[in-house]
Design a protein around this ligand. Structure first.
Ligand SMILES: Cc1cc2nc3c(=O)[nH]c(=O)nc-3n(C[C@H](O)[C@H](O)[C@H](O)COP(=O)(O)O)c2cc1C
Length: 314
């Protein structure tokens, strides 16, 4: 078995990755220095913070709260430097020789069209459209409304040749997996990233008798280990429905080789890491990748491609 060469190299929407673990949008990827650090690390790609038309900055807080090392709640409110800055950053990140992924989170269809068009002309390799940000007061998540999602996907058709994907919220019902899969196939979406944080959870400090997050009366997005099984379910549900035509980034509770491997078994092509990167450091990508190699070897697989989707049923 040892002479079998094991690789975690993978392909997402036709773009080649030297390994299969990278950062998740939003975590230590807002400034150029943070993005450069990801470039220098073993992250297999550089995923940039979700961008909006203009820079967003909030002074109020707290906006994040750790729940031990297992996870956190956050209400980052899409703080970012504005899409034009990320278009400019993408040029400076080419030298790291790994795929660059833009994330788009416009507040309207027009804003998303403008940003996707700009990224299509930029040096990014993949464009992730975030239809699942739970932390904007007064705005519901587009991904929970199939009519709004369809209008958006129609507007985003034919804006360029770079692969475009959707960052999806967690779904909990087969009817939602069915309707969303139908749209993903109909509008030729190249990849999906599932899942975003579980939106609108409420953590209460029992001793202070109050909420722990300032905006939205404390409602915030849950990230980290609690997402693991919900993410697995979403990956598997979409893998089963998307007929092998759409690549899948698995996100949610990835913290080690085992949590990564189970997502590959569920049907992911590559993995993104949020909370474990936020609470750890840049070594997290190579640590998870090496442990994942061990899991592939243990099960007699030599590649991600071989292991992908190979979940057994009892
Ligand atoms: C501080 C923070 C900021 C985030 N910001 C974004 C964002 O801008 N865009 C996005 O698509 N997801 C964002 N996310 C969600 C993550 O990309 C990821 O989907 C989620 O945290 C689940 O992965 P995890 O369990 O590994 O943390 C953010 C998460 C955290 C912790």
């Amino acid at each position: 078995m040892k002479d079998k060469k094991i690789t975690t190299a993978t392909t997402v929407a036709g773009v080649k990755f030297d390994s299969c673990v990278c950062n998740a949008s939003g975590v230590k990827c807002t400034t150029l220095e943070e993005l450069r650090e990801i470039g220098r690390s073993d992250s297999c790609a550089i995923v940039m913070k979700s961008s909006t038309m203009e820079e967003i900055h909030w002074d109020d807080g707290p906006r994040s709260y750790y729940l031990g090392e297992h996870g956190m709640v956050q209400s980052n409110g899409l703080q970012n430097l504005g899409y034009e800055t990320y278009v400019a950053f993408s040029k400076k990140l080419i030298k790291y020789g790994k795929p660059i992924i833009a994330s788009v989170a416009g507040s309207s269809i027009d804003a998303n069209v403008t940003m996707v068009t700009a990224y299509q002309k930029s040096t990014v390799d993949l464009i992730e459209v975030n239809i699942s940000c739970p932390n904007i007061p007064g705005k519901s998540q587009v991904g929970y409304d199939s009519k709004q999602t369809e209008e958006l996907l129609f507007a985003l058709l034919n804006l360029g040749c770079k692969p475009m994907g959707l960052k999806l919220p967690p779904y909990f019902d087969p009817a939602h997996w069915d309707s969303m899969s139908e749209l993903i196939l109909r509008y030729n979406i190249s990849f999906i990233t599932c899942i975003n944080s579980i939106g609108n959870v409420l953590v209460i400090d029992p001793w202070e008798r109050r909420t722990v997050i300032k905006p939205k009366k404390g409602y915030a997005g849950l990230c980290g280990e609690w997402l693991e099984y919900i993410a697995n379910a979403n990956i598997r549900a979409f893998y089963d429905r998307l007929e092998g035509k759409v690549s899948i980034f698995g996100v949610g509770g990835v913290k080690d080789g085992i949590s990564a491997f189970t997502k590959i078994l569920a049907g992911a092509d590559a993995l993104q890491v949020g909370n474990a990167f936020r609470q750890g450091d840049h070594k997290i990508f190579s640590t998870i990748d090496q442990q994942l190699e061990g899991m592939l070897e243990f099960h007699g697989f030599s590649s991600i491609q071989e292991a992908k989707g190979q979940l057994l049923y009892i």
